[in-house]
Design a protein around this ligand. Sequence first.
Ligand code: SF4
Ligand code: SF4
Length: 108
Amino acid sequence: MATIITDECINCGVCEPECPNGAITEGEDFYEIDADLCTECVGFHGEEACQEVCPVDCCVPDEDNRESEEELLVKAGKIHADQEFPALDDLTAETSLFRNPNRKNANL
Ligand code: SF4
Ligand code: SF4
């Protein structure tokens, strides 16, 4: 499930440098996320880094684009082929939003 930015975005730009995958760019009207590059921060953070810093909480799960924790970890490995990631079973609340009930989007 990639993250999307809604039209509530105020174009502040603080999310862009926080994405470990460079998935966020300034769009025509609002900032945008490239779904092919969004891993929901699995392997890097325990929640979506973009949502964590967003002042208006407009980085939310895309219900139409669901991916499992395993799929997202594999995706992260492909994007960062030069980097080692923990095994699926070794992900924690600090490295996977699937294991972090205290993240901003936990109830979405
Ligand atoms: S959820 Fe993580 S990987 Fe996806 S766009 Fe936000 S910061 Fe980037
Ligand atoms: S942090 Fe939020 S409001 Fe700011 S550009 Fe990113 S999505 Fe838009």
